[in-house]
Structures are given as structure tokens and as C-alpha cells.
Design a protein around this ligand. Structure first.
Ligand SMILES: C[S@@+](CC[C@H](N)C(=O)[O-])C[C@H]1O[C@@H](n2cnc3c(N)ncnc32)[C@H](O)[C@@H]1O
Length: 269
């Protein structure tokens, strides 16, 4: 299989995983209000200018898009691979300044036409893109001069000396360590951002290591697919509960770090 066929297969799987995750995703957000908080924090960390035009790539069921509109007055176009997530999100829209459409964030030109944006944001989505370089190239192409790209990343569970507590959790319960957790890792995403935007600024949102939050977060089917690959959902969920219970005694010494990065399109591109 060539790399293009492989990437397209990954994206079909991602769309299927998120189609199946809708009800879990909604229940998780109703309990934790997390993705809205992450979107707000990303916007605050990058000092997002209010009332601007934002492309929200990997918008899911529109939590990030609605947050950017409601809290920052932005006009938002959300794009997502999962038709079920988008359809559910469309049903919840209350502002004509938010639109959600099905599309591939690695093929933005086909999705956005000749619209241009002040920001292209990825709230908890860029690590799922198999060809991050192409994705960001497409993002730059639909940005206004000096427009900005920013993303928030997959959680990093950090111990007191920044050791990786997710690996520790697998070791403690005697499960094999996952071969990979995300499709594109943080360094690769930052390198791609630097390639297209030059200087990259990085930010962190540090939260307490909350065991119940982690159990709920990774119980969203799409979030745990790579941790226990090939396992059916019910079996995976049991493993997730057990896995994070194993960190209970060190929860007070750990944190969940949400890494973020931003870059600016050069004025002359
Ligand atoms: C964890 S959800 C985040 C959703 C939303 N940004 C939020 O804050 O609630 C990640 C989303 O990225 C979407 N996604 C992954 N790869 C994509 C791609 N190539 N193009 C568009 N959306 C993609 C998934 O379908 C999923 O809905």
C-alpha cells in the first residue's frame, strides 16, 4: 500500500471511530465541559482577537466552534471528517455565524473555496492527521497574510519529574505499552508548523491528574482505539478503567499537560 492509500485508510477509520463515538462524546462533554474549556484556553493562550474569522479544523460536533463564537464573537466555519459528529453539531447551532460542514482537513482547498481566515485552529484534532505537513500547507493557503495557525494537543500525563505516567500506567498493570498513541506526534506537528510559519510559540495548560476524568476521556471509543488496538469496545473500556485506577496512589503528584503551539503566516506568502 503506498503512503497516500495508507493515509486515506487511516482517515476512513478515524471518521468511522468518531461516527461511533458521538453519544460517548456528548455524555463526556455534558459531565466535564472539557472540550469547551480546552478551546477557550487555546484561544486565551494565543490571545485570539475577538470577532475574527476562524476555520475550526476537526470541529467534531461543534463544541470548539460554538465556544469560539459564543465567548469570542468569532465567525466560525467548522470542518470535520465525521458526518455523524457534524450532523449532531448542526442540530445544536443557534448562531448564523457558525457553520459546520463535512470535509477533510487535509484537503481544505476543496472545502473552503476562496474564503480566507484570520485563524485556522485545531482543538484536539491535529494529532489524528496522517499527513500533517499537507494539512498545514492547506491551512496556510486559506489564511490571510499574517493569519495564525494554532493547535491544542493530545494529553501528556506527567509525573513530578515530567516522566511519562501513561507508560507508567501500562507497566504497573502489566499490559504491553502501546506502539503508538497518536497518528502524528507533538514534535512532528510542531516541525510542520515551523516549516510553514517559521517561529513557533508553545504553551501549556496544566491540570491535576484526575483519575475519573482520564477514565471518562479514554472511554470515548475514538480516544482509546490506539491504546488497546484491535480490542472490542467493552473489553477496552474495562482495561481503561483498570489502567488509570493503577495511578490512584500518585494522582496528587501528577498532572495532565495539554500542550499547544501557534505560528503566524508570513506577510509575503
Ligand atoms: C477529539 S475531536 C475534537 C473535536 C472538536 N475540535 C472539539 O473541540 O470538540 C477530533 C476531531 O477531529 C476530526 N478529524 C480527524 N482527522 C480529520 C481530518 N483529516 N479532517 C477533518 N477532521 C478530522 C475527527 O473526526 C474528530 O471529530
Amino acid at each position: 500500500m503506498n503512503s497516500n492509500d495508507f493515509n486515506e485508510k487511516v482517515k476512513r477509520n478515524v471518521a468511522g471511530n468518531f461516527d461511533q463515538s458521538l453519544a460517548f462524546y456528548q455524555a463526556f462533554e455534558a459531565k466535564h465541559h472539557f472540550f469547551a474549556a480546552l478551546a477557550s484556553t487555546l484561544a486565551e493562550k494565543i490571545s485570539l482577537r475577538p470577532n475574527t474569522h476562524v476555520l475550526d479544523v476537526g470541529c467534531g460536533n461543534g463544541i470548539s466552534s460554538r465556544t469560539l463564537n459564543e465567548r469570542f464573537g468569532c465567525r466560525v466555519l467548522g470542518v470535520d471528517l465525521s458526518s455523524k459528529m457534524v450532523a449532531a453539531g448542526q442540530g445544536e447551532l443557534t448562531s448564523e455565524n457558525v457553520r459546520l460542514i463535512v470535509g477533510d482537513g487535509e484537503r481544505l482547498a476543496e472545502v473552503v473555496g476562496n474564503q480566507t481566515f484570520d485563524y485556522v485552529l485545531y482543538n484536539a484534532s491535529i494529532f489524528i492527521f496522517p499527513d500533517v505537513n499537507r494539512a498545514l500547507q492547506e491551512a496556510v493557503a486559506c489564511l490571510k497574510p499574517e493569519g495564525e495557525i494554532a493547535f491544542s494537543f493530545y494529553p501528556h500525563l506527567a509525573g513530578p519529574t515530567d516522566e511519562d505516567l501513561l507508560i507508567e500506567a501500562f507497566d504497573r498493570v502489566g499490559e504491553p505499552r502501546p506502539r503508538f498513541r497518536v497518528i502524528t506526534d507533538y514534535d512532528k506537528a510542531c516541525q510542520a508548523l515551523a516549516r510553514h510559519c517559521g517561529k513557533v510559540s508553545q504553551h501549556r495548560w496544566v491540570r491535576p491528574l484526575d483519575i475519573e476524568f482520564l477514565q471518562d476521556f479514554f472511554s470515548i471509543p475514538a480516544q482509546s482505539a490506539s491504546l488497546f488496538p484491535g480490542m472490542d469496545y467493552q473489553a477496552r473500556r474495562k482495561k481503561i478503567i483498570h489502567l488509570f485506577s493503577g495511578l490512584s496512589d500518585i494522582a496528587d503528584n501528577g498532572t495532565i499537560v495539554w500542550r499547544m503551539a501557534r505560528g503566524k503566516k508570513p506577510a509575503s506568502v
